[in-house]
Write a new protein. Sequence first.
Length: 492
Amino acid sequence: MIMKHTLNALPLTNTFAKLGETFFSRVKPEPFISQPEIVHFNRHAAELLDLNPDTDPQQLANILSGKLPLGKDDPIAMLYAGHQFGHYVPQLGDGRALMLGETTNTRGEKWEIQLKGSGKTPYSRMGDGRAVLRSTIREYLCSEAMHGLGIPTTRALCLIGSKDEVYREQIETGAMLTRLAPSHVRFGSFEVFFYRDQHEHIRTLADYVIEHHYPELKDHADPYLSLLQEVIKRTAKLIAQWQSVGFAHGVMNTDNMSILGLTLDYGPYGFVEAYDPGFICNHSDHEGRYAFGQQPQIGLFNVSCLAQAMLPVLEVDAAKAALEKYQDIFMQHYYALMAQKLGLTQNEEQVATLVNELLDQMKQSRTDFTRLFRQLCDIETNTTPADTALRDHFINRERFDQWLGDYRNLLAQEATTDSERQQAMKKTNPKYVLRNYMAQIAIEKAERDKDYSEVERLMTLLHNPYDEHPDMAHYAEVPPDWAGGIEVSCSS
Ligand code: AMP
Ligand code: MG
């Protein structure tokens, strides 16, 4: 029987804070002026902390909005820099987030607890330190959706709303998100010390990360090189997973890249609908630097920035050799995932050709990514009941027929039965993803009527995106026409 803590009795330490104030600033949260209220509390994430999900809601709202401290917390804003849209920005840091501390659960997992939207810090620059309800709902839902898809991500514990006014393009209300991650260290946490010529801190930070998050590397001949290699591997794998579900992050700056290979900092993300590698989900990204199809390459740029920042503790040639592996690791994982999506376990080279040809046809026809792959799960090797519906998604139907014939030939070589394969495919091709318009419905209900029921409904749906949910089947349809008008930018 696992002991469950109430929030105010959660055992808390802050190992990062022991590194000293070169790495962060001590800041207290600025609570809302109005009475905070719970928009959503995520019982699944509470389990990660061994937290009693029936903790008094008022206590939750007060603590997770900074009105009351979280036990003996030691809130810190972490320092980092980063390459934003390709340009180095020397000082960023948590401008509106505070890490309250960390707790270790009975399974030995360490979770940092962070408030996002908790007021100004020394790193706020021109910002107000706040987050708005709209953007926190988006982060809340998507981090849990990614978890549901099986993709490494930060988690979301709680969302608190307020009546406090926050100024963006229009007046909105402030909200605070409680985010959980084993560590919030970013690539930019290393870069800041490289560019400041404070190289001894790079070693300290690398030692910290290895000690707490990659202990198995400690005994390697060159633990710093092993760390870089491991981060390169995790990043390549993560991006392969993004590509396999059509996820576009939107702001892959190095300050948004996790040292643990987690999806981090959800801003103007989007899931590809009508397939297009040029899909840009961030309305502020005029050049398409972070377009969907660019992500694998940007991943390489980002790990190169990390490698450069770690050069003071690495051999140059070894770092170069580690970077050279990125492309292969990405390709290998990407095609393995795509093969799984097609239910194919053999003929690697032919599978890559098949995948590329399908995506090319989907691009030509602007076929819905999630729907098409889910529909492919119903294909049978020998009979053809699903063909008519499928080929209607393509402009050049004869070209698709040809593809389907090739696909069936490969399926015929698989050892599994159709039904075994179909079941397996349904575990890798989600029926539901968080389409922008779905988040928008939840946001509008919350903003207009303080009706948070859609957040709850979507959370249930997205925690199990591979299952059928007959009562929410409309969310697996093509998006309504008005969805095309939604614009999401960095403003949040
Ligand atoms: P982001 O684009 O959300 O990853 O943020 C980039 C940088 O801007 C980070 O250093 C953030 O902490 C900071 N930032 C974003 N929004 C605000 C805000 N409203 N107030 C203060 N800092 C912010
Ligand atoms: Mg960020």
